[in-house]
Design a protein around this ligand. Structure first.
Ligand code: CUA
Length: 176
């Protein structure tokens, strides 16, 4: 092996180590993770927002051609949202503006990510995987309100509030 080869090898290993370190730093330093993929729970068919406590909510969201169910939810500022995403038909995506939420909606599987909303405002979300003729119509929003503005009855039915049905965290057991 000549000198140039050794140098090229050293550089390659160096870059590899650098990338590994960047991944470790992203996970441990900034808490950046890729979505979990849950395959051992039957995907839900209806979307719903479940309140676990004052500032902890669970969103079960279903991507369809060509809409999200639900397409709009409201949360109090400071809320932590556990997002469970699946698809009823083809592969879709979910990206939420001004967050690091970027997920895939895959039929037969559930993707999971957690996000915390520290600033009030409207966070638009959209489908980022081309899924057919009306792909560009697939959008929705999460409205994050200050405590004064937020009225729990904004969220709809009592059923959605008490969260008795379809609690994935419960079904997942230790995994959560
Ligand atoms: Cu759904 Cu694009």
């Amino acid at each position: 092996m000549d000198r140039a080869e050794k140098q090229a090898l050293a550089w390659s290993v160096g870059v590899l180590v650098l990338f590994m370190a960047a991944i470790v730093a992203a996970i441990s330093g900034w808490g950046i993770t890729v979505p979990d993929c849950i395959t051992d729970v039957e995907p839900f068919e209806e979307g719903q927002l479940i309140q676990h406590d004052n500032l902890h909510y669970e969103l079960q969201i279903v991507a369809h051609m060509w809409y999200f169910n639900p397409a709009q939810i409201e949360l109090p500022v400071g809320a932590t949202l556990d997002i469970y995403l699946t698809s009823a038909d083809v592969v879709h995506g979910l990206h939420i503006d001004n967050t690091d939420i970027n997920m895939m909606a895959i039929p037969g599987q559930i993707s999971y990510l957690r996000v915390k909303f520290d600033e009030p405002g409207t966070y638009h979300f959209l489908c980022h995987e081309y899924c057919g003729i009306a792909h560009h119509m697939m959008a929705g929003s999460i409205v994050v309100k200050s405590p004064e503005e937020f009225q729990p009855e904004d969220m709809g039915t009592d059923e959605a509030l008490n969260g008795s049905a379809g609690d994935i965290e419960g079904e997942m057991g230790d995994e959560s």
